[in-house]
Design a protein around this ligand. Structure first.
Ligand code: FES
Ligand SMILES: [Fe+2]
Length: 397
C-alpha cells in the first residue's frame, strides 16, 4: 500500500473481469464498463481513492498567500486551508459548535481569525478556538477542547496535497522516484502563466488512460505528430504511485508547439537527452505532469460524477521567462489547447461507447504499456488488494 495505510474493501465490480485486467501484458483486457458507468463504483472511488489518500488540490502559491484562508472542494467534502507565514494547514470545513461551514468554497480571503457566520465562534489560523460568545466566559468551558479538526496536508515541488482520511503514508512514499525523474525541471520555481478549465463529459479514468498512450496520436492528433514521433514512448520504472515515461521530439523541434519552436527559455539543468524529449507522468490519482524542455503542462482532474470531470490545465514557466514583458505563452497554450480538445472529444466518444450494451473489455496493443500499468493499479485496488507500485511490462508483442 502506498497511498493509504488501510486496505479498502473490494469495489462492486465483477472479480473475474478484474483478474483479466491484471493478467500478463499481452494477455490482459481493459476494465469492465461498470468501472466507468456505475454510480456505485464512483461512490466507492470517492470514499476509497479520493477520500482516503493524497489528492492534489493545486499549486500552493495559487491557492492562497500568507495570512489568507480559503475553502476548497475535495471529493464531496470541503477543506479549509489557512496560511500563516509559511505555515500552511488544512481543516475540515465545519464549525465545532453546530457544524455550519466555516467558509463557502471559493476565493482566498485575508483573515486573522476564521469567524463562523452562524453564531460567531472564531478560530485562529492554526485551528485553535479563539472565542465562543458567552461560552468562553462560562465556568467549565475549555476552549482547548474545540479546535478545528485537522486534515492532513503536504506539499511536493510546489503542489499541495490533502488526505481527508489522514491515513495516507507520508507523501514521499506516494511520489517515490518521481522527484528524481523531474529534478531538473525547476518544479519548485515555475510559475503559472496560463490556465484553462475544461468540463469533460467522460469518466476521470478515461482521461488518464488517454493521456497515457500515443496509440491514438496518428488518428486524432495531426499537429502533435508533426513534432513528436508517436511510437517513441519509453516507460520509466516507478518506485511510487505513478506511471509514465518519455517521448522524443522530432529533430527540428525544440518543444511541443505548432512549429516546434519555443518562445521561452530552456530549463538550465537539462541534459542533452532531456533537451530532445518530453516527460509525461501520472501521479495517482489525479495529477498529470508533462515536462517539456522549456515549460510544464499540468492537468489536474476533479471527478464530478462517473461521467463528468473538470480538468484544470496550467502552463508553467521559469520565473525569469514569465516576468519578461514581451513574453507570450501562446505557442505552448495554443498547441496544447488544440490537442486537449482533440483528446476530450475522443474521451467523450469513449464515454458514449461505454454506455452501449455491446461494450466488452478489449485487448491492449504493445503501445499501451503505461495504460496497462494504470489499469492494473486500479484493478488491484478494486479487488481489495490495495494500491501497489506499478511494474513496467516488457514490450514483448
Ligand atoms: S455553528 Fe458555528 S458558531 Fe454556531
Ligand atoms: Fe491525445
Amino acid at each position: 500500500m502506498v497511498n493509504s495505510r488501510d486496505t479498502p474493501p473490494p469495489a462492486p465490480l465483477d472479480a473475474a473481469a478484474l483478474h483479466r485486467v491484471i493478467a500478463a501484458f499481452g494477455e490482459s483486457f481493459t476494465l469492465p464498463a461498470g468501472a466507468y458507468t456505475s454510480r456505485d463504483v464512483f461512490t466507492w472511488e470517492r470514499e476509497h481513492i479520493f477520500g482516503a489518500g493524497w489528492v492534489c488540490v493545486g499549486r500552493a502559491d495559487d491557492l492562497l498567500g500568507p495570512g489568507q484562508a480559503r475553502a476548497i472542494s475535495v471529493g464531496d467534502e470541503a477543506v479549509l486551508l489557512t496560511r500563516s507565514g509559511d505555515d500552511l494547514r488544512a481543516f475540515s470545513n465545519t464549525c465545532r459548535h453546530r457544524g455550519h461551514e466555516l467558509a463557502p468554497v471559493g476565493r482566498a480571503f485575508d483573515a486573522r481569525l476564521i469567524r463562523c457566520p452562524y453564531h460567531s465562534w472564531s478560530y485562529r489560523l492554526d485551528g485553535t478556538l479563539n472565542s465562543a460568545p458567552t461560552l468562553t466566559q462560562a465556568a467549565g468551558f475549555d476552549r482547548d477542547e474545540y479546535p478545528l479538526n485537522p486534515v492532513a496536508v503536504g506539499s511536493w515541488n510546489g503542489f499541495l496535497f490533502v488526505d481527508l482520511s489522514s491515513t495516507a503514508v507520508p507523501l514521499p512514499g506516494l511520489v517515490g522516484n518521481l522527484t528524481e525523474v523531474l529534478a531538473d525541471y525547476e518544479l519548485e520555481l515555475v510559475v503559472p502563466v496560463a490556465r484553462h478549465e475544461y468540463d469533460v463529459a467522460a469518466n476521470w479514468k478515461t482521461i488518464v488512460e488517454n493521456y497515457n498512450e500515443c496509440y491514438h496520436c496518428s488518428s486524432i492528433h495531426p499537429e502533435l505528430c508533426e513534432v513528436t514521433p508517436p511510437e517513441s514512448g519509453i516507460d520509466i520504472e516507478p518506485t511510487g504511485l505513478w506511471c509514465g515515461g518519455t517521448m522524443d521530439l522530432k529533430p527540428h523541434a525544440v518543444t511541443m508547439s505548432l512549429d516546434g519552436m519555443s518562445q521561452g527559455s530552456l530549463f538550465r539543468q537539462l541534459s542533452n537527452d532531456q533537451l530532445k524529449q518530453v516527460v509525461y507522468v501520472t501521479l495517482f490519482p489525479n495529477l498529470l505532469i508533462s515536462a517539456h524542455p522549456d515549460y510544464l503542462l499540468v492537468h489536474r482532474l476533479t471527478p464530478l460524477d462517473c461521467d463528468r470531470t473538470t480538468v484544470e490545465c496550467t502552463w508553467l514557466f521559469a520565473p525569469e521567462v514569465a516576468e519578461r514583458e514581451s513574453f507570450d505563452p501562446a505557442y505552448a497554450v495554443e498547441f496544447w489547447d488544440i490537442t486537449n480538445r482533440e483528446d476530450w472529444a475522443a474521451c467523450e466518444a469513449v464515454n458514449r461507447g461505454l454506455h452501449n450494451r455491446g461494450y466488452r473489455p478489449g485487448p491492449l496493443s504493445s503501445w499501451e504499456g503505461t495504460v496497462y500499468q494504470w489499469l492494473g493499479l486500479l484493478a488491484r485496488a478494486y479487488l481489495g488488494m490495495g494500491l501497489t507500485v506499478p511494474v513496467v511490462p516488457e514490450r514483448k508483442m
